[in-house]
Ligand binder design. Structure first.
Ligand code: HEM
Length: 445
């Protein structure tokens, strides 16, 4: 638990896993202060060791994914794949893209080690470093404190490397190979083409690095991004970030399918986190595909898609259902009775979203969607600035997102009600295997 005090915290009435976490934290708090001898630059190893002690508290199914409905618990940080892809989708998101501002490769490596150590702690529900209080009074505390007393909340932290990390100067200006990584850029990490209808804001696009924080509690997700940004001070800067609520796709088909802001069930035919064969075929990069450092990783496409809520809300139910090719109540495909009945594509309009996005219309292409709804106030014209922050993981964007979006951008009836306004693509490396490993180790080795 994050509560470092000796008194009983409000979060003490948890299950067995929480009790274990408390015991681990209590043991830690009896250890002599390390803060006086190491700063953040050298804290990685010590923190990694501390993190290992709490691994037993986490829940994981036999397939490596979180059982649905275990809100509040911890999701294991270490594993063959990064958590936050096939694991169950909690309801809150804080996603951040970063520019790397240092030009020093060794500094970047140090940052990734520091981040890994902090991420391992935070996903266990522990504070960063020496915690939020009790250290040297002359120095700012290691942890910012707003997550003290909160549950681990199924926090997952997933890192990705953007195309600009491999060649360009921060912001993509000079094309100089800052970190000597040009030769290591995966062929599949392509810059996305411009699609018809794109209205992309550069200030909401791109990034050298990204971190996706998913959690049941928004404060836990925001705390995680904030503390990673803080650790990186002087080495990275936030380029853009996105808060999300209400997952729009899940990886747990046995749970109720969530609905998007247009009121339709979303994620009905998503890749399930328990479907090992589909994950291997469509989501994880195989060792044969290369490069070796990406085996077990995936490619992430992030798109901020504005949804014209006000126009949609004046559209007839029949038209709304025609747009998707599914009914609004049950979520069944046209002519079918139940949500999970196999769609018959020819009974749908040729412009319907499901017909165009279906694998049968795209040479079998599939991706694992795990996007979130967002509302960011108003657009200044009396309309909600709302939409879908689309996140999709796949083994190769050239075989999944790009062909599907090419077809959607040309013909989808949904285009009357949406606009893509932000875009980024990232290579998401495999999981951090154990406490000696760190995010991106194989890329830099
Ligand atoms: C605001 C934008 C979008 C909305 C509101 C939306 C909504 C939906 C809904 C309601 C469904 C049907 C239920 C389901 O199977 O999930 C669906 C299916 C799907 N969507 Fe989207 N979607 C959007 C954008 C996209 C984009 C950009 C892509 C990929 C380029 C995409 C790919 C898919 C795929 C692959 C399916 C499943 C098709 C099938 O197998 O039947 N969607 N979407």
């Amino acid at each position: 638990m994050r509560d470092e005090s000796c008194s009983k915290s409000p979060a003490d009435d948890l299950g067995a896993e929480a009790t274990t976490a408390e015991a681990a934290t209590a043991a830690d708090s009896r250890a002599p202060s390390r803060r006086s001898v190491i700063g953040w630059g050298g804290a990685g190893l010590a923190l990694g060791a501390a993190a290992a002690g709490g691994a037993a508290l986490a829940l994981r199914g036999t397939d490596g994914t979180e059982p649905a409905g275990s809100a509040g618990a911890a999701v294991p940080f270490h594993g063959a794949h990064q958590a936050g892809i096939a694991t169950a989708v909690p309801d809150r998101l804080h996603f951040a893209a970063f520019d790397v501002t240092t030009r020093d490769r060794a500094e970047l490596i140090r940052l990734l080690k520091d981040w890994t150590a902090a991420a391992a702690l935070m996903t266990e529900g522990r504070p960063v470093g020496e915690g939020a209080f009790g250290g040297l009074p002359e120095a700012p505390p290691d942890d910012t404190g707003e997550a003290l007393g909160l549950k681990p909340s199924r926090l997952t932290l997933t890192i990705g490397f953007g195309p600009s990390l491999f060649t360009a100067d921060s912001g993509g200006r000079s094309g100089k190979d800052r970190f000597g990584l040009a030769g290591r850029r995966p062929e599949a990490l392509v810059d996305l083409p411009k699609f018809p209808g794109d209205n992309l804001d550069p200030a909401r696009s791109g990034g050298d690095l990204c971190v996706q924080a998913c959690a049941d509690d928004p404060q836990v997700a925001v705390h995680a991004i904030r503390n990673l940004a803080r650790i990186g001070f002087g080495r990275i800067a936030i380029r853009w970030s996105q808060l999300g609520f209400g997952k729009t796709s899940s990886t747990t088909p046995e749970a109720q399918t969530p609905r998007n802001l247009f009121g339709f069930k979303d994620g009905t035919r998503n890749v399930a986190g328990t479907d090992g064969a589909a994950l291997d075929r469509h989501v994880w990069v195989s060792p044969e595909a290369g490069p070796a450092w990406m085996a077990g990783g995936s490619y992430l496409v992030a798109r901020r898609i504005a949804m014209r809520i006000e126009s949609w809300d004046r559209t007839s139910l029949q038209e709304q259902e025609d747009v998707f090719g599914r009914d609004k109540g049950e979520g069944a495909a046209v002519g079918k009775a139940k949500e999970h009945d196999e769609p018959f594509l020819k009974s749908m309009l040729p412009t319907s979203h499901v017909r165009l996005a279906h694998p049968d219309s795209n040479g079998g292409a599939k991706m694992l969607r795990r996007g979130y709804s967002y509302t960011d106030g108003t657009d200044g014209l009396g309309r909600l600035d709302a939409g879908l922050f689309f996140l999709a993981y796949q083994h190769d964007v050239r075989e999944a997102f790009i062909p599907v979006q090419r077809s959607l951008s040309r013909a989808d009836a949904l285009n009357e009600y949406i606009q893509h306004v932000g875009s980024a693509v990232f290579a998401v490396p495999p999981g951090v295997r154990d406490k000696g490993d760190w995010w991106g180790r194989e890329l830099f080795s």
